[in-house]
Ligand binder design. Structure first.
Ligand SMILES: *Cc1c(COP(=O)(O)O)cnc(C)c1O
Length: 460
């Protein structure tokens, strides 16, 4: 059938008959359990063509740089557990984990069940009456988060969680300075982007939110000097915004006492401490929340990514009462239509159940140690390519001396059915962030493949 629904000129009426025929073809595919070879060809052709013509051709160019031969056109279709399949039935072990959204695996049956059951009763909320799951999820969060974190505001994404945290910090005091860190990633909407550190993401959109300063991650002396200078100039610091382990920055683990020292510094200068646990939270680092490793309680914590169990987009800003109470008088001061909707809450509640029931934070520690050691063993003798392999729990980064080696390893592994990818801020590092449910056989397969591919890259 013709895919050209509109004729050349944008001014002519759309041909709704053609649109309808196309829609029906697509709905027919969604309905199918199994796609034929013919379907697969049509899906691939349509996907590539429409990415080129209507999404952004840049994605096709990007896919070409991270895959071999014609594999750039691989189109994903279904997923389960630690794996997903493309439309031709080729299976991949997912070691990217959607940048850390699949902590409980792809479509965990218990998360899917909760969402389906909620969907069959009420999908979204009235926006006016009291919705029960929001209240219950907020209580669960108060119970599982560190220290006296107590009140939650729900959102749909990580960047929204950070926006909420920044606004909350501004409401709390009349201060407007924020300290973030080099290599930080907090999202790409204008507020969170102000905290993000990478020039190519920020520069085209400047000026961003006023008052942001970036100091070297891990350098407590620099943080102290900045706090002192801000106090002297009257630019007092509202909050320090930090990832307890930097994810997109390349899996950067802070110096041992750093987070505690930052906590003390914040207390000394009357600044709030915001932990962005969008990537590190929900068991990823080997504790339910990464802050627990360091025995530090932030004033505000941001969650998203795995918070919706890899089934629903969902996030949260959790804060101490002394901070959150500035929003008690007017609960409409900061709102979102979809944040905390019943489907998202059902997914998050079921996700905590799975994380606790299956002991997944501990599992992340155990499997993570095995994985890290296995990768390090395979890198022996390849020190000219591999600079460092580091990680905590199932948040592992492999840093190469050169970007190109990273790309070659990613390509080689994709060819062998394993998805890994670079980080957004630091492309020399590829990350391994599989579901925390990944089994040892799959881990062994990834380690073996890494060794094999690395040897090949070496030989070139
Ligand atoms: C991914 C990420 C974000 C942004 O989340 P989005 O849902 O993509 O907006 C923010 N902070 C951290 C630490 C992240 O890893």
């Amino acid at each position: 059938m013709s895919t050209q629904v509109k004729s050349e000129s944008k001014n002519t009426q759309p041909n709704y008959e053609n649109v309808k025929a196309y829609i029906n073809q697509v709905l027919g595919l969604i309905e199918k359990d199994h796609v034929s070879t013919e379907d697969a060809e049509w899906i691939t052709k349509q996907t590539v063509e429409n990415f080129r013509e209507h999404v952004n051709p840049g994605f096709l160019e990007y896919r070409k740089t991270v895959t071999k031969d014609t594999q750039f056109a691989a189109v994903e279709w279904s997923d389960s557990g630690s794996r997903f399949k493309d439309v031709n039935g080729k299976e991949y072990i997912d070691c990217l984990g959607g940048f850390g959204i699949y902590n409980v695996g792809h479509r965990h049956p218990k998360v899917v069940k909760a969402v389906e059951e909620q969907l069959n009763r009420q999908a979204l909320h009235s926006q006016d009456l009291l919705d029960p799951l929001r209240a219950m999820l907020a209580k669960i969060l108060a119970d599982v988060t560190p220290g006296d974190l107590k009140y939650s505001f729900f959102v749909n994404s990580g960047t929204e969680a950070v926006e909420g945290a920044l606004k909350l910090a501004k409401s709390y005091s009349d201060r407007t300075t924020f300290i973030a860190t080099t290599r930080a990633f907090h999202g790409k909407s204008l507020g969170s982007l102000s905290g993000t550190a990478k020039s190519i993401f920020r520069k085209p959109f400047q000026p961003l939110v006023n008052g942001f300063r970036h100091v070297q991650y891990g350098d407590i002396e620099m943080m102290r000097k900045t706090m002192e200078a801000c106090a002297i100039t009257g630019d007092d610091v509202a909050a320090v915004l930090l990832e307890p382990i930097q994810g997109e920055g390349g899996i950067i683990i802070p110096p041992k006492d750093y987070l505690k020292q930052v906590r003390d510094l914040c207390d000394e200068f009357g600044a709030l401490l915001i932990f962005d646990e969008v990537q590190t939270g929900m068991g990823r680092s080997g504790k339910m929340f990464c802050a627990e490793h360091y025995d530090v309680v932030p004033d505000i914590m941001c969650l998203a990514k795995a918070f919706g169990g890899g089934v629903m987009p969902a996030g949260a800003v959790v804060a101490k009462e002394k901070v959150f109470k500035t929003w008690f008088d007017n609960p409409f001061i900061h709102t979102t239509t979809f944040g905390g909707n019943p489907l998202a809450c059902a997914a998050a509640i079921a996700t905590f159940n799975v994380l606790i029931e299956e002991n997944l934070p501990d599992r992340a520690t155990e499997v993570g140690e095995y994985f890290l050691q296995g990768l390090k063993d395979k890198a022996l003798g390849h020190e000219d390519k591999v600079m460092e392999i580091r990680g905590k729990g199932l948040m592992i980064g492999i840093e190469f001396h050169k970007d190109e080696v990273g790309y070659d390893v990613s390509k080689g592994m994709f060819d062998e059915g394993i998805l890994v990818a670079g980080t957004l801020v630091n492309s020399k590092t590829i990350r391994i962030e599989p579901p925390l449910t990944i089994d040892y056989k799959e881990v062994d397969q990834v380690i073996e493949t890494f060794g094999k591919v690395l040897a090949k890259v070496e030989a070139k």
